[in-house]
Design a protein around this ligand. Sequence first.
Ligand SMILES: C[C@H](NC(=O)[C@@H](N)CCCCN)C(=O)O
Length: 573
Amino acid sequence: MANSNLKTLRDSAAMRWIALLLLALAMFCSYIFMDILSPIKDLMLSQRGWDSTAFGTMQGAETFLNVFVFFLIFAGIILDKMGVRFTALLSGAVMLVGALIKYYAIADTFIGSDIEKWFTENLNYIPGLDELGVSPFYKGMPASAKVAAIGFMIFGCGVEMAGITVSRGIVKWFKGREMALAMGSEMALARLGVATCMIFSPFFAKLGGNVSVSRSVAFGVVLLMIALIMFIVYFFMDKKLDEQTGEAEEKDGPFKVSDIGQILSSSGFWLVALLCVLYYSAIFPFQKYAVNMLQCNLHLTTPEKGSFWADDSVTIVQYVIMLIVAAAGFASNFMKKKDLKYAMLVVSIISLLVYCYMGYMRQSAEAIFAVFPLLAVLITPILGNYVDHKGKAASMLILGSLLLIACHLTFAFVLPLCGNSPVGGVVIAYITILVLGASFSLVPASLWPSVPKLVEPKIIGSAYALIFWIQNIGLWLFPLLIGKVLEGTNPELAAKIKAIKETTKHAVEAGNMTIQEANAQVAAVSENVAVSYNYTWPLVMLAALGVAAFFLGLLLKAVDKKKGIGLEEPNIK
Ligand SMILES: C[C@H](NC(=O)[C@@H](N)CCCCN)C(=O)O
């Protein structure tokens, strides 16, 4: 340490930010794996014989153990009892184990194996769960999807455990300092992970012209190994810090399970937890359908094979431009000189415009939607900084909810009117997605740093875990609800598929068509149906979540004022 007056590692700004970088990089890698199959749903269907139900069930498995086996609650207790560094290592290892299982399920070697045979014949029915409609498996589910679901369940435990551990770790290193800025920066990198996944998962799957879905998953597994290394390095820094502080936090008041009652009796905690589940249920589940929603509303026409805009290298260039947007925008937060700050911002904004233009020329819904996390990367740290120095967290939650409502209503009612105006439609889509990104900065940047103001330091881990658990119920429920509302409000599309299946089946039976011709006809109709959904009602449902979050925000602000919780107060006084 350069300054001899510094007492502990966290008194050195450089050491604090290195600790944050380790935690944030681990989360960046985890967020990439979390959505690794989302942008290649079409390939999972064509390469592994899954259907939409198998895909949706496998995706939903991520939250299963956390929600129904209460793993997240145990994770919070482990965190408060064992501390940040132990739980960080444990979560890294759990994520990796889950990811390796998922990789094996998708790998070519799985096909034709005894394990595939066993899973095809077994694990079809889980008594109790089937009746409740929450089973992560069902009869007829492809064996690879069942094993992938098991892997994803385990990964889900690891990633949520990592989430609460990182939040707790940031509080440990930054409380009383730039805590919201640090949390905002960590989330900014996580958002960049989502954008990276949207671009690189399809890229690796289609690399070199031959399709391999396991290549994408392998890319994610390698990143999780890097995440584990980050946690190991963090382990030693955290140990050193505890040696210097004499583990004061843990010794002063050891955690007891009964302390959880204290969390549950706080009205502020409940308001924050409910606001969190409502808001995030309108964001993460939407993320899974957003690309398809854009395809349905914008009628995008993929550039012809062999044309400049269809080339793989353009994807890489576009990603590099995205990194410039993120890096310049992020760095501008830390520039002391005004000129340099504005120069960075200008570079970031110009790069963003170039990125948007390329997305339009490539007619790629994935690339268009990938701007969603970008604005969050740029402004989450700015807002975090604002919360640190000026406060206003409760007001930011209210504003974030209002923007969420406006965006979902624009997607629902304005975007469908733009289908025949390619440029207008894409411009409105970009603006709305960017505003949604701004909302997705306002709420997380103010919500997570508010938790330490609601509970005692020794139970922060459990408080984060309880909020994540309540949030996970929404993250499990709403993807299912969106799917159901979508099917329910577009009955003619399911009827179209049923009709073509029946017509081709009769034609094959009558000897008028080969099975290959029948499959090709069904595939052509399915492809057309996949981009013809009307998303109005699912989007209205998500806007309604925003309305409820808005009213909870108002209530939270009133309770904060009455009880003096300090949510509107700055973190640094
Ligand atoms: C910090 C916060 N993280 C969460 O809310 C996690 N529970 C992420 C869950 C993602 C599920 N696909 C955030 O990212 O803002």
